[in-house]
Design a protein around this ligand. Structure first.
Ligand SMILES: Nc1ncnc2c1ncn2[C@@H]1O[C@H](COP(=O)(O)OP(=O)(O)OP(=O)(O)O)[C@@H](O)[C@H]1O
Ligand code: SF4
Ligand SMILES: [Mg+2]
Length: 344
């Protein structure tokens, strides 16, 4: 499919199974600051098919949010230098003018943020806000949008939806607010949904229910999902593919089961070893990763994980490892000169 840089939201062709929904090619995002240039995303390439779910994991500051926001077209060119290509459902996002890019939001791609209050107006009743989101589709009347708002609240599991449409954001619990934000995001049945730490601010039981809701909505509406999370357990349970980010780069990626069963770049295995387990034995006690992620104003040469890696060699300090295919698992790639034992 040729990326469309002109039309508003009509994709060039109707996609079939196996077609690419999201294609990120060689994306670089840099922020010029008074202290120097922060390269938050460093030559990242990723692909996701229609209806598939991708998890992006990594420590704080690894570039997960900048990647997701830039792919969605939310990073302002005035604050950042952006190069590379992002194509969503046939639309070349970074080449579109602001108005055309905005026309994609809601109908082709939407985002759920960590803090639902940032997505909700404090005074406008939630039903009106959802109806407004529904009306991004110009063919929907005001009356239809109001009815659809009630249906959407029911879909996301809000009880007594017909009454709740009159509530304001501050009258709802955190979990309910996130359900409303999700209802707004899926109001126009986007093909792709970005969710940036959507449950981090919620307690554990509410988290589990919201994550189940993502699963249900993606399956029933055929939505592709990019879930940003620092929680490997969440990504393991709720996505099909995973991309591990370190200091702006992809350290490892592939099918979730394969990557977690055979982590090959030592940052991935270190992240996994840092997770507390329910039934910990002495050998499986969480092992925090030593040191800190690098300062992106002045990252180390070669492999950026080198200063924290127990397997680093002189080559690691001099040469940046490329992403290499693991071979027997299609799509499993890692960036490491001395991969984990299981991979050799
Ligand atoms: N507008 C900006 N100007 C300068 N630097 C920025 C800007 N936005 C992000 N950064 C930097 O880019 C890097 C990546 O930030 P990002 O928010 O993507 O991290 P993250 O992986 O989402 O972390 P977290 O898990 O804490 O949300 C960080 O070093 C951050 O300080
Ligand atoms: S390339 Fe070297 S420093 Fe980087 S993870 Fe692999 S062994 Fe460690
Ligand atoms: Mg973030």
């Amino acid at each position: 499919m040729t990326p469309d840089t002109t039309s508003d939201v009509t994709p060039a062709e109707t996609p079939g199974a196996g077609d690419t929904l999201l294609s990120i090619r060689d994306l670089v995002v840099e922020f010029p600051t008074g202290a120097g240039t922060v390269r938050a995303v460093d030559h990242v390439s990723l692909e996701l098919g229609y209806g598939e779910r991708l998890g992006i994991v990594g420590e704080s500051g690894s570039g997960k949010s900048v990647l997701a926001r830039t792919a969605m077209g939310l990073t302002r060119a005035g604050t950042a230098r952006i190069s590379g290509q992002v194509v969503i459902a046939g639309h070349s996002v970074l080449d579109l003018k602001e108005r055309r890019r905005r026309a994609l939001w809601g109908r082709e791609v939407a985002m759920v943020f960590q803090d639902p209050l940032s997505a909700l107006h404090p005074i406008t009743p939630i039903g009106e806000q959802i109806a407004e989101a529904v009306r991004r589709d110009p063919e929907v009347t005001r009356r239809q949008a109001a009815a659809r708002a009630v249906e959407l609240l029911e879909t996301v599991g809000i009880p007594q939806a017909a009454r709740r449409v009159h509530s304001r954001a501050h009258e709802l619990s955190g979990g309910m607010r996130q359900r409303v934000a999700i209802a707004m995001a899926v109001a126009c049945r986007p093909k792709l949904l970005f969710a940036d730490e959507p449950t981090t601010a919620l307690d554990v039981t509410v988290q589990a229910r919201i994550l189940d809701l993502f699963d249900e909505l993606c399956a029933s509406f055929g939505i592709g999902l990019v879930m940003v999370s620092h929680d490997l357990g969440v990504v393991g349970r709720h996505t099909d593919q995973v991309a591990v980010m370190y200091a702006g780069r992809i350290a490892e990626r592939g099918p979730v089961g394969a990557v977690f069963a055979r982590p090959s770049m030592h940052y991935t295995s270190s992240l996994m070893a840092a997770i507390p387990r329910h039934r910990a034995t002495e050998q499986s006690l969480p092992r925090p990763i030593p040191g800190q992620p690098p300062n992106l104003l002045n990252p180390p040469p070669g492999c950026r994980f080198g200063p924290r890696c127990g397997h680093a060699s002189a080559r690691c300090r001099d040469e940046q490892p490329p992403l290499l295919a693991l071979g027997d698992v299609p799509g499993h790639e890692y960036a490491c000169w001395h991969p984990g034992k299981a991979s050799r």
